[in-house]
Design a protein around this ligand. Structure first.
Ligand SMILES: *[C@@H]1O[C@H](CO)[C@@H](O)[C@H](O)[C@H]1NC(C)=O
Ligand SMILES: *[C@@H]1O[C@H](CO)[C@@H](O)[C@H](O)[C@H]1NC(C)=O
Ligand SMILES: *[C@@H]1O[C@H](CO)[C@@H](O)[C@H](O)[C@H]1NC(C)=O
Ligand SMILES: *[C@@H]1O[C@H](CO)[C@@H](O)[C@H](O)[C@H]1NC(C)=O
Ligand SMILES: *[C@@H]1O[C@H](CO)[C@@H](O)[C@H](O)[C@H]1NC(C)=O
Ligand SMILES: *[C@@H]1O[C@H](CO)[C@@H](O)[C@H](O)[C@H]1NC(C)=O
Ligand SMILES: *[C@@H]1O[C@H](CO)[C@@H](O)[C@H](O)[C@H]1NC(C)=O
Ligand SMILES: *[C@@H]1O[C@H](CO)[C@@H](O)[C@H](O)[C@H]1NC(C)=O
Ligand SMILES: *[C@@H]1O[C@H](CO)[C@@H](O)[C@H](O)[C@H]1NC(C)=O
Ligand SMILES: *[C@@H]1O[C@H](CO)[C@@H](O)[C@H](O)[C@H]1NC(C)=O
Ligand SMILES: *[C@@H]1O[C@H](CO)[C@@H](O)[C@H](O)[C@H]1NC(C)=O
Length: 624
């Protein structure tokens, strides 16, 4: 059966169950963590219909996400309702449910606490990194049956109103003086321009061509009518995008804020701290983050200087990275050769060493490919039951990336970084809401957590682990590693610099250029990102430091009883968790190992792959 007509059936089914539950049986069935998790996930699917489509939940294919300002309160209240239900059963939680209980509680509380800041970043739903001008393919589901086409047309017809809601948010941001700085939005009109084409040529229209022509179960006589209504809907959608573009140029951009930092907003410092807390998943002040950043930058910079000295290089870091450009030992313009090199690194150099550091290694396939679009330097798309994980490499400018940077990137994106991390999470029997966590950044802290300090902290820790694993084969590869690491350390200094210490953009760029290997254009783009997403870029280095601290603590307390493989199992087999919870788990594990003769490592691997089939798209490409 095709996904046709599904839109209506589950909704009715849902209603029917509720009626039965409430009217016929009353509330005889006690609430459990399972019922709350299930209801919460169903609500998320209804609340974020495009995301539902993307992961193959088709019940709301005819709708779009609502940006209506009144939804802030509706969503907050709904989340509060879930939290109340959860709190009501808190005394009934079994030990096997405990971690899910704590994460669910953290999920609801994070959203509710963050809601206080709804009238801040969340009023600005489009920027040069995200928004409805980028995630356009998210509206499309498979179109095979009559019902699919009806749903798709209904969804297209809903977009103009959705864009009115976007404008309404922007207007509120203008009214309250809580707009972006121009750098966050200046690029958006040109992005919208890409969508303003002849409706017949539009990507929105493409299903009405081939898919419709090939739809065998729709009578030929009905197809022209569907096509015509599709064309009208696409035309209207394009018109609505044009109107948003005019609005941004004529009304929004003239009102963009003049200061770079969000501390310039009313109660802006407190807002920045809330953003930091959201991204780090534990408390740390901007001063602390800044200081840690400076210490790390200094430490790594010294390592680089010493390494360059051993290599007899007299110049600056930047000169070091620029000097070997024409040396074919270091660079290649041949994409296939580069991919082969990456394969050797991952499959021949890294993988054989994994068993010394990890146990029960999941056997989830990994592919290494060229990135199909000019995105970040490297990316990882999650494996599913159907598809392998994909480590993709940006080869649009191969001559900018020396071979000696490949090891650090492979450790980060592939193994033991994101791919291995994700493979362990696949084996853990996680509830739906933890397997499917839609990313969103502009509205932080008004969003459900996805714990990037955990996921990015691990990936950066993996780059470090390469040293212990003996994987950096020479000083050049070590320079590649330091180059990647110092970028993340600089982010701590610069993010807090911009949003707490009133740095301007030029100072931020100068700082990045002084310590990193990268170009002005790359660093300007980075700094614009930090200005747009306060606190986001701090998750990587802080998460890594926290993991190293937890490990050091376990090593100190356990001495010879410390087993690195068990420690890594503990970190990986629970999937993404808040750092505060990770700390609790490590502390408990230390006590367990101290107390008992069994050094079992708290491995919680259960069951086999329980992953839903879903298509691999950019939404899941993890940013570097
Ligand atoms: C949200 O909850 C508050 C407090 O219970 C209540 O006053 C308000 O009317 C609710 N709003 C909506 C939209 O349900
Ligand atoms: C706790 O669980 C028991 C057994 O399932 C049930 O009878 C009781 O109502 C539950 N209590 C709460 C507060 O949910
Ligand atoms: C949310 O705020 C409450 C009250 O300030 C606090 O007790 C709780 O720890 C916070 N939860 C999270 C996840 O930040
Ligand atoms: C948002 O919702 C409110 C209340 O339901 C409604 O009055 C308002 O017109 C809506 N705004 C838009 C842009 O649809
Ligand atoms: C926004 O800024 C303007 C100009 O500084 C000021 O007149 C106005 O009162 C501010 N509005 C709010 C809601 O703070
Ligand atoms: C749809 O078909 C028309 C007519 O053949 C063609 O001109 C147009 O380019 C096609 N559009 C897309 C998006 O493929
Ligand atoms: C699209 O809509 C515009 C008005 O916004 C209209 O002038 C034009 O004829 C429409 N084009 C098609 C193909 O329907
Ligand atoms: C915003 O930035 C763009 C591109 O840099 C520039 O052309 C424009 O003048 C700026 N507008 C404002 C209001 O700062
Ligand atoms: C590399 O070689 C090209 C031509 O072979 C030359 O134009 C360029 O300046 C050289 N670059 C460096 C950094 O030496
Ligand atoms: C690298 O390859 C691209 C595309 O194949 C080509 O346009 C470019 O000239 C090459 N550059 C060098 C320095 O060989
Ligand atoms: C650049 O780095 C050097 C070496 O650490 C340092 O002395 C100098 O203060 C830095 N300059 C800036 C602008 O950060």
């Amino acid at each position: 059966m095709s996904p046709s007509n599904k839109s209506f059936i589950p909704k009715m089914g849902f209603l029917f169950c509720c009626l039965l539950g409430h009217l016929i049986f009353g509330n005889v069935e006690a609430d459990t963590i399972q019922t709350i998790q299930k209801d919460y996930f169903s609500w998320r699917m209804e609340n974020e219909p495009e995301y539902g489509t993307y992961i193959g939940r088709y019940a709301f294919n005819d709708r779009v996400y609502s940006y209506n300002i009144s939804m802030f309160e509706v969503r907050r209240n709904k989340t509060q309702e879930f939290l109340n239900r959860l709190n009501a059963i808190s005394s009934n939680i079994t030990s096997s449910e405990r971690i899910n209980f704590l994460i669910l509680k953290d999920t609801f509380e994070t959203y509710i606490n963050g809601s206080k800041w709804a009238w801040y970043g969340a009023l600005n739903p489009m920027n040069f990194l995200e928004g409805i001008q980028i995630f356009t393919s998210a509206v499309k589901a498979s179109t095979k049956s009559r019902g699919d086409f009806e749903n798709y047309i209904a969804r297209l017809n809903a977009i103009p109103h959705q864009l009115e809601e976007v404008k309404e948010r922007f207007r509120e941001a203008i009214r309250l003086n809580r707009t972006y700085h121009n750098v966050s939005i200046a690029g958006v009109p040109a992005m919208i321009d890409q969508l303003l084409v002849d409706p017949l040529k539009s990507n929105f229209y493409s299903p009405f061509n081939n898919s419709l022509a090939n739809a065998a179960n729709i009578p030929e006589t009905e197809k022209p009518g569907i096509r015509e209504r599709g064309l009208q809907a696409v035309n209207m959608t394009i018109g609505a995008y044009r109107s948003v573009k005019d609005f941004i140029i004529n009304e929004y951009i003239p009102k963009t804020r003049l200061q770079y930092g969000v501390n310039s907003l009313q109660n802006g410092l407190e807002y920045y701290q809330a953003c930091l807390k959201w991204h780090l998943s534990f408390d740390m002040t901007p001063e602390e983050v800044h200081r840690v950043g400076e210490q790390e930058v200094e430490r790594i910079h010294q390592e680089m200087k010493m390494t360059m000295k051993r290599l007899n290089h007299k110049g600056t870091v930047k000169e070091f990275f620029n000097s070997p450009v024409n040396n074919s030992n270091f660079y290649s313009n041949d994409s296939d050769k580069i991919i082969t090199e990456y394969k050797k690194i991952v499959f021949d150099r890294i993988n054989p060493k994994l068993p010394q550091f990890f146990k029960d290694i999941p056997n989830v396939p990994l592919e290494i490919r060229k990135m199909s679009y000019d995105g970040p330097g490297g990316g990882y798309s999650f494996a599913t039951e159907e598809y392998p994980g994909v480590f993709s490499i940006n080869l649009f400018r191969p001559l900018e990336k020396p071979f000696f940077e490949f090891m650090a990137l492979s450790l980060h994106e592939a193994n033991p970084g994101h791919h291995l991390q994700h493979s362990y999470a696949m084996l853990a029997d996680l509830p739906d809401y933890r397997r499917h966590t839609p990313f969103s950044f502009y509205n932080i802290p008004v969003w459900f957590p996805f714990y990037s300090a955990y996921s990015e902290g691990w990936a950066l820790y993996s780059e470090y682990l390469g040293v212990e694993m003996g994987l950096y084969k020479d000083d050049y590869e070590l320079m590649g590693r330091y180059s990647a690491e110092i970028l993340r350390a600089c982010r701590l200094v610069v993010d807090t610099g911009l949003h707490y210490y009133n740095w301007d953009k030029q100072r931020a760029i100068d700082y990045m250029l002084n310590y990193t290997a990268y170009s002005f254009e790359a660093m300007e783009n980075e700094v614009n990102r930090y200005i747009t997403w306060p606190g986001q870029a701090c998750a990587y280095k802080i998460g890594e430091i926290k993991m190293k601290d937890l490990r050091r603590k376990a090593e100190t307390e356990l001495g010879t009883r410390f087993d690195i493989r068990d420690f890594h199992s503990l970190i990986l087999t629970n999937g993404a968790v808040p750092m505060s919870l990770l700390e609790m788990l490590v502390n408990e594990w230390i006590e367990e190992v101290k107390a008992g003769p069994i050094v079992s490592g708290g491995s919680l691997v259960t069951g086999s792959y329980k992953w839903q089939i879903f298509s691999l798209l950019f939404l899941f490409i993890i940013l570097q």
